[in-house]
Design a protein around this ligand. Structure first.
Ligand code: FES
Length: 236
């Protein structure tokens, strides 16, 4: 089928999302929570777009294509809303050089020089260092749930879940119901496969070797980053 994205005619297959069709055609749409390895989820809203004749600004990563659809991903309205989203994300992030690189890049691309909201709800600054291979730094997490979905959909371990809602939402391992008192990765059924680390878009989950030596633990890409058996899975 054919649709139009940003004035360009694009070929797509039934079942494709707008995001997938655009990516295949070389049209980049900003995105944080979507991944080639995971089912569409639509939590970050960064990929929002306008569709002629359709109300609202749907997420392109969860919206299926239709024949003849006319989509705008860089309209003035979309860019304004995206800029507000980045501003909201930044308002609950630590400042300075701890701002996650993807948010930094988006802020720059959208010409966002100033965050109007004065730290209304900075994320709880807890760091889980209990896993031998990686840490989880809640302060730079954006609660996109890619880690939780990677643990479920790629590894099938179900070690992670999301706690709470709104400003308090965050991934956790170990099943604690109390914010700031997660039982931690070490006491969960995490098998240290590294799928969550590979999927994290902000570096909230990061290998200890990257922090200490600036390099990931393994150059080899496998299903389980730390076991070395070599089952094929390429994270990106
Ligand atoms: Fe589409 Fe996050 S990338 S909602």
């Amino acid at each position: 089928m054919k649709l139009e994205i940003n004035g360009r005619s694009v070929e797509a297959s039934p079942g494709d999302t707008i995001y997938v069709a655009a990516k295949r055609a070389g049209i980049a749409i900003p995105a944080l929570c979507t991944s080639d390895h995971l089912a569409p989820f639509g939590s970050c809203r960064m990929c929002l777009c306008e569709v002629d004749g359709q109300h609202g600004t749907p997420a392109s990563c969860t919206t299926p294509v239709r024949e003849g659809m006319v989509v705008h991903t860089e309209s003035e309205r979309v860019r304004r809303l995206r800029k507000h989203l980045v501003e909201l994300y930044l308002s609950e992030q630590p400042s300075g050089d701890r701002v996650p690189e993807p948010l930094h890049r988006l802020a720059h691309a959208l010409d966002l020089g100033h965050v109007r909201y004065t730290q209304p709800a900075t994320r709880v600054d807890t760091v889980d260092r209990s896993n031998p291979f990686f840490i989880f730094d809640n302060a730079v997490c954006i609660s996109c749930a890619r880690c939780v979905r990677a643990c479920d959909e790629i590894q099938g371990t179900h070690a992670l879940t999301m706690l709470h809602r709104g400003f308090g939402s965050r991934p956790t391992a170990g099943g604690s119901a109390l914010i700031g008192e997660s039982a931690g990765f070490a006491s969960s059924n995490c098998v240290s496969c590294g799928a969550c680390v590979k999927e994290c878009p902000t570096g909230a989950l990061i290998e200890k070797t990257v922090i200490e030596e600036g390099e990931p633990l393994h150059a080899v890409r496998t299903t389980c980053a730390y076991c070395g058996v070599g089952c094929s899975f390429e994270a990106g």
